[in-house]
Design a protein around this ligand. Structure first.
Ligand SMILES: [Cu+2]
Length: 131
């Protein structure tokens, strides 16, 4: 009976650890009067394909669905490697703008999220360390 309890405790502990790992990489930033929440489905983000979701709320807390959101991302030049720059589009799905980022190597990358709305352009800048 005691063994079962210990076993269940270990299972509970493992489940807890796994869910902590599975949690999205999440960052919230302000862009003018917009609140921008960025989620990446890998935490930490890794080399290869990572899905990104950008949720935008206006000053009144309402979800913004009429923006055009594009993402520039890349890595500055480093010894033996020229600067890398990529662009990707996003599409509104449900409550967020979703796209894919393809990181070709580990290390420090920048992600610039460009939001166009009502003739205004704003950029949210992030730095991520790709594992
Ligand atoms: Cu590099």
């Amino acid at each position: 009976m005691k063994r079962v309890t210990v076993f269940l405790a270990i299972v509970a502990l493992l489940a807890c650890c796994i869910s902590a790992y599975a949690k999205d990489y999440e960052i919230s930033k302000k862009a003018g009067d917009l609140s921008v929440q960025v989620n990446i489905d890998k935490n930490p983000p890794v080399t290869g394909i990572n899905k990104i979701a950008v949720a935008i709320k206006d000053a009144s807390g309402k979800t913004v669905k009429d923006a055009a959101v594009a993402i520039d991302y890349g890595m500055p030049a480093m010894p033996g490697m020229g600067a890398m720059n990529y662009k990707t589009a996003t599409a509104l799905k449900g409550e967020s703008y979703q796209g894919k980022l393809d990181f070709s190597m580990s290390g420090p990358w920048f992600i610039n999220i460009k939001i166009k709305r009502d003739g205004k352009a704003q950029t949210v800048k992030l730095n991520v360390d790709i594992k």
